[in-house]
Write a protein of this length. Structure first.
Length: 564
């Protein structure tokens, strides 16, 4: 790892690893893992963990495993498995053949459970889930031992074998660790290790098992079996670390991984709870896990975010042990900077207003040359057809306006981007008084360099009415209109803060003809409008659909300042 990398990506976890490597702990090896549960799509918070785990492995010339925590088949399926693999690859990381499932270790885990029972450190308990909670006590009062904790080793082994054989119904019995019912840490008060789950087909093991291990039992053993050195997880698992260590100390494992916790990502104007995201999908509040308003990696990808922008965001927010909430503008700034540097420029009229240039030859077509990027010449140029009839945006015209309005007014002039100066001579209205057409004149001496030195206040974009392509545009905004929709407020639910204007669809927009051959996922800057991408789910043979990735500027900044 270079000195520059260490400085720019420095955090307390790297300091720990530096110390371990220097002390030759784990033989100087660094092995991490990313262990998602396949019960939903990954979100931007998971991206932080992906970048951390795979980034550390890369920087220390170590390894990072992708391991699915598939111990709860009621909520898991293969769709989620495949989506997670796609997201990790898309972010730019490769697990190099080290793809594992917790279910790969089910036999090892069962043997570890038997080992604990033989050592008198685990027992089969017949209490119901509610009774277990009642016996556990409170933060200020110790728990009450289970009446079944003194069963003999032989009876426990027999009952555990019969649990595995499927003799008992769901909830009839569980296997619990015997630790300390008076522990100040609730996680150490005889936690459940195994529970019975009938009637499900596991996506990896089928119907081979009807008992499934709990996460706190599965995770440390899986880490040890894979030779993980540093098990990185979010702060909510800090209180689980004593149990993580207890399991490793009391079962036969080949190594002793170290669990290290860091703060999870909290992002304004969204929710990060997988349960709540699932509710939004299942209740039809959004159009699926990849809805571009969702904080899922699939949603961000469909909206037009780039892997580089998300990796940059994860680097900027850093790693710490302090809980904090990151402004949405920080994420938007990363994609804005990336697309500003790399997205080709195009012109699109979202709210078309027809312009007829009366002194331009009606049958003439002039192919004007325009750069695809103002700084990056490698993106080349494209031809833009100029005709006597074209469209400008309705927002770029006023019959009357103050001097601050630097676009087109009746009797005024404006420059068309990459083209001529035009003057509005006449305004055509319909029977309701709505402006439907402008009659203008152009100055043929104003193309390119302007030898006359004429000063024109504004420049607006346009598209030929003859050659322009019709398209639909999705104008996405923040999913919630509150920066903290998760915050508990009396009588309020997080869904009460859903932004009704988070999606506006505009049909019959007109885009320049060079976009006709654009492919799903391609990104562009629509000049003066924002950054857009072709919808990745656009049906073949259908018209173009563009999703707005982000505006040119942070339009929420003023709103947030007003609310302060």
């Amino acid at each position: 790892m270079s000195d520059e990398t260490a400085v720019t990506a420095g955090n307390f976890i790297r300091h720990i690893i530096d110390s371990d490597v220097k002390a030759n702990r784990h033989g100087g090896k660094v092995a991490t893992r990313f262990p998602p549960e396949p019960n939903g799509y990954l979100h931007i918070g998971h991206a932080k963990s992906i970048c951390l785990n795979f980034g550390i492995a890369d920087d220390y010339h170590g390894t990072c495993n992708l391991r699915f925590d598939d111990t709860n088949p009621h909520k898991e399926n293969i769709e989620y498995v495949e989506s997670i693999k796609q997201d990790v690859r898309w972010l730019g990381y490769d697990w190099g053949g080290r793809l594992f499932y917790a279910s790969d270790y089910f036999e090892h885990l069962y043997e570890a459970a038997v080992e604990l029972v033989r050592a008198g450190k685990a027992y089969v308990c017949d209490l119901t889930a509610e009774q277990v909670r009642e016996h556990r006590g409170t933060l200020t009062e110790p728990g009450t031992p289970s009446p079944y904790q003194d069963r003999s080793v032989d009876e426990n082994l027999d009952l555990l074998a019969r649990m595995r054989a499927g003799e008992f119904e769901d909830g009839a019995r569980v296997l619990r660790a015997r630790i300390d019912m008076a522990s100040p840490n609730m996680n150490m008060r005889d936690p459940t290790l195994y529970r019975i789950r009938h009637g499900v087909i596991h996506h990896q093991t089928g119907e081979a098992w009807c008992i499934y291990p709990m996460y706190d039992f599965t995770h440390p053993i899986s880490d040890a079996l894979e030779g993980i050195t540093h098990s990185l997880c979010t702060l909510e698992f800090a209180d689980h670390r004593p149990l993580y260590d207890w399991v490793l100390e009391n079962v036969s494992v080949p190594c002793q991984p170290q669990q290290i916790e860091f703060s999870r990502l909290n992002l304004e104007y969204t929710v990060m709870s997988k349960r709540k995201l699932t509710e939004l999908v299942e209740e039809g509040r959004v159009a699926g896990w990849d809805d571009p308003r969702m904080p899922t990696i699939a949603g961000l990808r469909r909206r037009g975010y780039t892997p580089a922008s998300i990796r940059d965001f994860c680097t900027r927010i850093g790693i710490s042990k302090s809980e904090n909430t990151v402004q949405m503008s920080a994420l938007e700034s990363c994609i804005r900077e990336d697309l500003n540097a790399h997205a080709p420029r195009r012109m699109a009229v979202i709210h078309p207003l027809k312009v007829v240039i009366r002194n331009y030859p009606q049958d003439q077509v002039e192919q004007l040359q325009a750069a695809s990027h103002p700084q990056d010449e490698s993106l080349g140029t494209r031809e833009i057809p100029f005709t006597a009839e074209l469209y400008i945006d309705k927002e770029d015209f006023r019959e009357e306006a103050s001097k601050k309005f630097k676009r087109l007014v009746r009797g005024g002039e404006v420059r068309l981007r990459n083209a001529y100066v035009i003057r509005c001579d006449e305004v055509i209205k319909d029977a309701h008084g709505e402006v439907i057409e402008l009659h203008c004149s152009y100055d043929p001496a104003t193309l390119g360099a302007n030898p006359e030195g004429r000063k024109v206040k504004g420049v607006i974009h346009w598209v030929s009415a003859v050659y322009g392509i019709e398209a639909d545009v999705h104008l996405y905004d923040r999913l919630f209109n509150s920066p903290s929709p998760d915050a508990e407020k009396e009588g309020k639910d997080y869904k009460d803060y859903l932004n009704p204007d988070s999606l506006r669809t505009v049909t019959h927009c007109i885009v320049e003809p060079s976009l006709k051959e654009s492919k799903p996922g391609e990104r562009f800057q629509f000049e003066r409008e924002g950054y857009f991408c072709v919808d990745s789910l656009q049906a073949e043979g259908k018209g173009l659909v563009f999703n707005r990735t982000v505006t040119l500027r942070d339009s929420w900044a003023k709103i947030e300042q007003q609310n302060d």
